[in-house]
Design a protein around this ligand. Structure first.
Ligand code: DQA
Length: 146
């Protein structure tokens, strides 16, 4: 796997401006530039949408390619059976990511519908959660292709 696809869900297009005390003040675009420099041997694709069905479409589109998927489904993480089913349906490994520590927040954020179908979940490390997720995917790839 030399390709990682990052899929971001609703309101994550507002990173840097949205509740900076929770999500920080860096836009995802500028963080992505840095990520791409830090993983020069890996193609990092990025897709953001505010629509649940478009997350399902993106998972289906990339999920049968030789890639790993980093998914922050944002609020849909807590509600979406459709996204859970899409993760189960595809072949690519998916790492669930949250910028904030969802377990230290409101009760309704403490459960993710998606975790059970994911390779693992990383949350609470700010934007660095994405870097840790990419490292986990690349490690897993190296271990299974040794
Ligand atoms: C989030 C946490 C979710 O509860 C919230 O709805 C988001 C972002 C995070 O990255 O911390 O939009 O997924």
């Amino acid at each position: 796997m030399k390709k990682v696809v990052i899929i971001n869900g609703p309101n994550l297009n507002l990173l840097g401006r949205r509740e900076p005390q929770v999500y920080g003040n860096v836009s995802f675009e500028s963080y992505l530039e840095k990520l791409r420099k830090d993983f020069p041997a890996t193609e990092i694709d990025y897709f953001q949408t505010n629509m649940e069905g478009e997350i399902v479409d993106a998972l289906q589109r990339h999920g049968f390619q030789d890639c790993g998927i980093v998914l922050n489904a944002a609020a849909y993480s807590h509600t979406s059976v459709a996204i859970l089913d899409a993760i189960k349906a595809i072949q690519a490994p998916v790492v669930e990511v949250h910028i904030s520590n969802i377990y230290s927040r409101e009760e309704f954020r403490r459960h993710s519908m998606l975790s059970a179908a994911c390779m693992g979940t990383i949350c609470g490390f700010g934007l660095q959660s994405y870097r840790l997720a990419i490292e986990a995917l690349l490690d897993e790839y190296d271990n299974t292709n040794r």
